[in-house]
Design a protein around this ligand. Structure first.
Ligand SMILES: [Mg+2]
Length: 318
């Protein structure tokens, strides 16, 4: 029974961690690291400065990263597993709505935006994906790592989940790495073991991304100024995903510090922190985050309910 309670908290932690990282990180989205450090490190919720994509969002409000993750989680719940046609349908409906909303339109990346337009024009999911190697499928994918226990299932479903919007080998490998990483964190593997499995699975799609994640792990004891400038922090999957694994590895036992490292990394900070938060939450559970972060998160209760439903439905598979 104790193990079931712990596992449930890890589901909640993974989804809350992603949303918390996203809501904190949106305050620095698109800013250079040196400008962030000059303004003062972000350690709590607030509004994004003028000029940032999320400037119109409220304190504690998350961005498209978490919205897409919720679309995926709800599809998994409704279909009792991953069905790509259901997921694509939900994503195109969500995207149509988001692209028509002046508040949220600027948050959506170029690959997702073009794919949403194609899906809504009637193109099927096999053909709608963009070949831009950005991180949009990696940032939303964690629920697949929660739902499936068998690593082969996690790898395959994560890969397919990328295709409707992100059809490049790098983006697919990024989604696989993050989903496998979340699944391994759920199983309490040690840091080296998590990285090894994530890299091994990602290398089935893109050896370069796999090598870069391994490189970022090797840099975990090096200073962030040096590492972020070496790895990069742009929206490209080759930068966001290795940077997130660096933050996660560097502060493996300190989820709060891992998320803050990501939030202040520079560049695509909402996505880097979203991925870092998902990995940390899957490892440490929901109670590992500061209470104020959970209380101040918009729709936190709803996210917990979705995580609980995902837990209930997937429990029979465990
Ligand atoms: Mg975003």
């Amino acid at each position: 029974m104790k193990n079931v309670v712990k596992l449930k908290s890890k589901y909640t932690g993974c989804m809350l961690g992603a949303a918390i990282g996203d809501a904190l990180g949106k305050q620095n989205e698109g800013l250079a690291r040196k400008d962030i450090l000059n303004r003062g490190r972000i350690t709590d919720y607030g509004k994004a400065p003028a000029g940032c994509p999320g400037e119109k969002l409220r304190e504690g409000q998350y961005t498209d990263d978490t919205e897409q993750m919720l679309v995926l989680a709800r599809s998994l719940i409704e279909c009792r597993g991953f069905e790509v046609s259901d997921f694509s349908g939900r994503l195109s409906a969500w995207g149509k709505d988001a692209l028509n909303d002046p508040l949220r339109k600027s948050l959506i990346g170029p690959a997702s935006a073009s794919a949403i337009v194609r899906l809504n024009s009637g193109m099927t999911w096999e053909y709608s994906g963009s070949d831009i190697p950005s991180c949009g499928s990696a940032m939303r994918v964690a629920p697949i790592g929660l739902f499936y226990k068998d690593p082969d299932d996690i790898e395959f479903k994560a890969a397919i989940s990328s295709v409707p919007t992100h059809n490049s080998k790098g983006a697919i490998a990024g989604a696989v790495a993050v989903a496998v990483g979340a699944g391994c964190a759920l199983s309490d593997m040690d840091c080296g073991g998590i990285i090894k499995e994530a890299c091994s699975r990602a290398s089935n799609y893109d050896v370069d991304l796999s090598k870069k994640i391994k490189f970022s792990y090797g840099k975990r004891d090096y200073e962030p100024d040096e590492v972020f400038s070496e790895i990069g922090t742009s929206y490209l999957v080759y930068e966001t995903v290795p940077s997130a694994f660096y933050c996660f590895s560097r502060h493996f036992d300190e989820p709060e510090n891992a998320i803050l490292e990501a939030v202040n990394a520079g560049g695509d900070t909402d996505s880097i922190a979203c991925i870092t938060g998902a990995l940390c939450g899957a490892l440490h559970g929901a109670t590992s985050f500061p209470e104020g972060w959970i209380r101040g998160l918009e729709n936190g209760k709803m996210i917990e309910e979705v995580a609980d439903m995902l837990f209930e439905i997937s429990l029979s598979r465990r």
